[in-house]
Ligand binder design. Structure first.
Ligand SMILES: Cc1cc2nc3c(=O)[nH]c(=O)nc-3n(C[C@H](O)[C@H](O)[C@H](O)COP(=O)(O)OP(=O)(O)OC[C@H]3O[C@@H](n4cnc5c(N)ncnc54)[C@H](O)[C@@H]3O)c2cc1C
Length: 465
């Protein structure tokens, strides 16, 4: 019988979590391997997530500016998408990112094994090519997959997923978008700005339900102003398809409404990709939805098996997947002085236009915990730089503790919120106060200087208390 090859660490999945885990293990001088069964290497972020979506959203933003240039006194005639060129550019850019990642995966710092893996026992994985491998430690980073919730008619329907929308080389005439989460909203606006008639149907009372109602209302208003038909607080009754398209029947405000479009986009969410991994054989517990249960060091119920990224949550975001994976590997190999991932600094960005970004605690979370705080906000429609940019949707809001002014969180909805939020994120990571931030120079006229208004308001209130 062939000898089974053995490693210090095996990473199942070579996406953001698995790749970074193997990189750290190699840097620590450990013998590591990444096993990935995908036809194309690179992981969700590069191939079908962050990078293609942001490439296309930026393209759509440029088209939007061209089409609305008249408000700047410009005549831009004939601005129109060439979807084959848009698609080709996206493929080229994503191809370059994927090549770069593939070179890093095959550079020889660790082994790369192209196969599907599943646990046979707590220290052995069986590969789809029949081989077996053993390791002292494992990092599960198998990511997530599209979920198909029990919506009447959805399972039987032919629908697009985000993978399909990100790979379009033609402009669909009309699309029904099911869902109001980040992916639904970002891609609905992409399609609409390119010229597709978009109807968004969302179950919760407001889109982007993990965010405050006030912030999501700003995005909602912008969507409606741009011509997206939006129904929130709905219940889907039926989805029917024929050769020419899809009809969705749903309840909204006590009425039954029907909408029809050429295509259906299921953007109702993703679920952990953990079925078929043989987790029972390894003693790894999951929640009913398949999410792997982890402790604060990313250990599963089998302590030598760690998990990170979308398969274990709690936040399906790339930088969190990387932080978790790095922590897991350092913990496994006994690096001293580690701290668990600090979710009190959680950073979130929605790349709609206006963008929505938060860091730290949301106001609703502080209220729920009974944490005392001061809040101050300022609107973009009263700020010099955003006015001259015609970027008037939204506001910035800062939350701080009422005694010393330590910043507890911020919410920005408006132009480039995803960039601006980093001012606060950096300050929070240093446990900074509003006074610390006000000591910094703020260049005029910038979007960033809008933050000085709520910071000053909070500082004045603390000084006056
Ligand atoms: C449209 C879209 C846009 C997004 N935009 C953003 C954004 O702007 N910013 C952000 O932070 N996040 C964004 N995300 C989320 C982000 O992409 C994910 O959180 C992140 O990529 C997850 O990384 P991961 O390593 O957990 O999983 P993945 O990158 O999915 O890697 C999992 C890997 O495991 C492999 N695998 C699975 N099962 C097995 C098996 N049994 N054996 C071997 N290999 C296996 C797969 O082939 C895959 O390569 C977006 C997601 C989507 C869908």
């Amino acid at each position: 019988m062939a000898k089974i090859k053995s490693y210090d660490l095996i990473c199942i999945g070579g996406g953001s979590a698995g790749f970074n885990a193997a990189r750290v293990a190699a840097d620590l001088g450990r013998k590591a391997a990444v096993i990935d069964g995908a036809r194309e290497l690179g992981g969700l972020c590069i191939l079908k997530g962050c990078m293609p979506s942001k490439t296309l959203l930026y393209t759509a933003e440029i088209l939007h500016h061209a089409r609305t240039a008249a408000k700047f006194g410009l005549r831009v005639r004939g601005a129109a998408p060439d979807m084959r060129a848009v698609h080709a550019r996206k493929k080229r850019i994503i191809g370059e990112f994927a090549d770069y990642r593939q070179r890093a995966l095959t550079a020889g710092k660790f082994d790369l094994i192209r196969a599907q893996a599943k646990f046979e026992d707590a220290h052995t994985v069986l590969l789809s090519d029949g081989r077996r491998l053993r390791a002292k430690f494992f990092l599960i980073g198998t990511g997530s997959k599209i979920s198909v919730p029990p919506v009447p008619g959805l399972r039987e329907a032919k629908f697009w997923t985000s993978d399909d929308v990100l790979d379009l080389d033609f402009l669909p005439q009309s699309v029904l978008v099911l869902g109001g989460g980040i992916v639904a909203c970002e891609l609905a606006q992409f399609l609409s700005r390119m010229g597709t008639k978009v109807t968004l149907i969302q179950r919760s009372r407001h889109i982007l339900r993990d965010h405050s109602e006030a912030a999501s209302e700003v995005v909602q208003r912008a969507f409606v102003d741009e011509g997206i038909e939006l129904f929130a607080g709905t219940k889907i009754l039926a989805i029917k398809q024929d050769a020419r398209g899809t009809t969705v029947r749903f309840e909204h405000d006590g009425r039954v409404i029907t909408r029809r479009a050429a295509h259906l986009f299921n953007a109702l969410g993703r679920e952990p990709n953990t079925a078929g991994l043989g987790l029972d054989a390894a003693g790894v517990r999951t929640r009913p939805d398949g999410q792997i249960v982890i402790n604060r060091w990313q250990q599963t119920s089998a302590p030598h098996i760690y998990a990170a990224g979308d398969c274990s949550g709690p936040h399906e975001i790339v930088h969190v997947a990387i932080q978790q994976a790095e922590l897991a590997v350092r913990h496994a190999f006994g690096v001293k002085g580690l701290k668990p991932v600090d979710y009190s600094l959680l950073l979130n960005v929605v790349f709609t236009d206006p963008q929505l970004a938060t860091v730290g605690s949301l106001e609703s979370e502080l209220q729920a915990k009974g944490t005392p705080y001061l809040a101050a906000s300022y609107p973009f429609d009263d700020h010099g730089k955003s006015i001259l940019m015609e970027a008037k949707y939204g506001y910035v809001k800062v939350l701080a503790d009422p005694k010393r002014g330590r910043i507890l969180g911020a919410e920005i909805v408006g132009k480039d919120a995803g960039e601006l939020i980093h001012v606060i994120s950096v300050a929070m990571a240093q446990r900074g106060t509003v006074f610390d931030l006000l000591r910094a120079p703020w260049y005029h006229p910038t979007l960033a200087e809008i933050l000085t208004y709520p910071l000053e308001e909070i500082a004045d209130r603390i000084r006056g208390a």
